[in-house]
Ligand binder design. Structure first.
Ligand code: ADP
Length: 451
């Protein structure tokens, strides 16, 4: 500042002295005034250069100046650079923030005070059928036309969500969305969407399951309490009493079977898959099931009816890794089903076979009534039955195939069903090679080749 004043004073003095030397006192005054004008013109030029630079705001083109104007330019340049840096950082943060919302598994839509879309992530666009770019500033009510949503939006009570159909909804593939609005700021709203299809399906399955279980238990319970009432009110002779007690025992056994199967299913669902530490030789397992099946066959068939022909083939060399309890349950369910559904005189073949690729196949083939193709896909659903009365008469719970399928899957395998109406059925459990052990492989390969 002092230098600037000194330079200004020196210029005035020099110009005044020059004027005075040339034309005396009037010349000195004119010289001083001229010096002031020159100073003003120089100052104005530098100021204008600075303004011109600021107008174009190109920091790289900052004028090179010294003194007061140079310092002003320098400070402005630093201010602008700091400001630019902050804007860049904010933009970077905003991009990261938007990328995080994009990565969210839920849909996010930002609505302005008029309900127009300001921004939405890709998931919201897919859920609601928007185009994330084209539909910006469209009113949400014009794009989501479901009456349930329109009523929810107009109701202004956003404490709870509303469930609507997703844009991709169809009868074959239902899509359910949970949509909730969250007001914020100055009348703005955040709209969140969540795909709840699986949740809704699980809830429907749970409801069906509870209804089915209640129904299955209520039927034998009603019969049982009817018999109890009869025994309490009617004077019955001994043979009649005996018959009633037998019928009651059968109903109690039916309920017990159901509870056992339900417990088995809940254990299968609630426990980790069985490891491969326990090896189960298939021959003794099959022998146990054979005994059970022959007993069941004798009980179910009328005394004069021709017996069922049961054949069992379980090579001694084969062992399977997994849970003995689960595998026995799956295998006996398939064998017992064949016994229960195959009429008198029919054939049932039970076999274990090592496949050339090392997998192990357990199959039960019968000459029973067979199953129409439309039922095949649903047979392993819980409580799905083709012939309800046949299933109940023979002590079925409707859960046997669901258990067998679950067990197979928990052992890394699968349940396959092939059937021809009127000809018979073949139920197969396939186990992966890493769960199969063969004591004398050369014998098995020969038998696999023969099979
Ligand atoms: P259930 O206790 O009723 O037998 P499952 O789950 O074991 O229940 O079987 C489901 C349905 O599959 C049965 O109700 C029956 O209609 C059909 N099914 C199962 N095994 C056979 C078979 N070997 N032959 C014919 N139908 C069968």
């Amino acid at each position: 500042m002092l230098t600037r004043f000194l330079v200004f004073a020196l210029l005035q003095l020099a110009a005044g002295a020059l004027g005075g030397w040339l034309a005396g006192w009037p010349g000195a005054l004119a010289g001083a005034a001229g010096g002031g004008l020159v100073w003003f013109a120089l100052d104005l030029t530098r100021g204008l250069r600075l303004i011109a630079w600021l107008r174009q705001a190109d920091m790289a083109a900052a004028p090179e100046m010294r003194g007061l104007w140079g310092e002003a330019a320098d400070r402005m340049r630093r201010l602008l650079r700091g400001h630019d840096q902050r804007v860049k950082e904010s933009q970077h943060r905003l991009q990261e923030f938007l990328a995080a919302i994009q990565a969210s598994p839920n849909g996010v839509v930002l609505l302005d005070a008029e309900g127009r879309i300001e921004w939405c992530n890709q998931i919201a666009a897919e859920h609601l059928g928007f185009d994330a770019q084209r539909d910006l500033l469209q009113h949400i009510g014009n794009l989501v036309r479901e009456p349930a949503f329109a009523a929810y939006y107009a109701g202004r009570d956003y404490q709870h969500d509303v469930t609507i159909q997703g844009r991709a909804h169809s009868a074959a593939r239902p899509v359910k969305l949970s949509v909730q609005l969250h007001p914020y700021g100055d009348g703005r709203k955040l709209l969140l969407t969540r795909d709840v299809t699986a949740l809704a399906q699980a809830e429907a399955m749970r409801r069906d399951f509870v209804a089915n279980v209640s129904h299955e238990i209520r039927t034998p319970l009603t019969v049982l309490s009817g018999f109890v009432e009869t025994l309490q009110t009617l004077p019955l002779d001994e043979p009649e009493r005996e018959r009633y007690l037998q019928l009651m025992a059968a109903q109690a056994a039916r309920m017990q079977n159901l509870v056992n199967d339900l417990l088995m299913l809940s254990r299968l669902e609630g426990s980790p898959p069985p490891g491969a530490a326990e090896w189960l030789p298939v021959a003794p397992l099959t022998a146990q099931c054979e005994e059970e099946a022959r007993g069941l066959s004798a009980v179910l068939l009328a005394p004069q009816a021709p017996a069922q022909v049961l054949s069992f083939d379980a090579p001694r060399q084969l062992s399977l890794a997994g849970s003995a309890h689960e595998l026995r349950s799956a295998v006996s369910n398939l064998i017992n089903n064949a016994v229960r559904y195959t009429p008198a005189g029919g054939h049932i073949d039970v076999a274990w076979r090592l496949l050339p690729d090392g997998r192990l196949e357990f199959s039960v083939t019968d000459t029973g009534p067979g199953i129409a193709p439309e039922h095949l896909g649903r047979l392993s659903e819980r409580f799905y039955r083709v012939d309800r009365s046949r299933s109940r008469e023979s002590g079925g719970t409707g859960l046997g195939l669901a258990i067998a399928k679950h067990v197979a899957q928990r052992h890394g395998g699968e349940l396959r069903i092939e059937s021809q109406l009127g000809k018979g059925s073949r139920f197969t459990l396939l186990f992966p090679a890493n769960r199969v052990r063969v004591e004398a492989p050369e014998l098995m390969v020969a038998s696999a080749g023969a099979g």
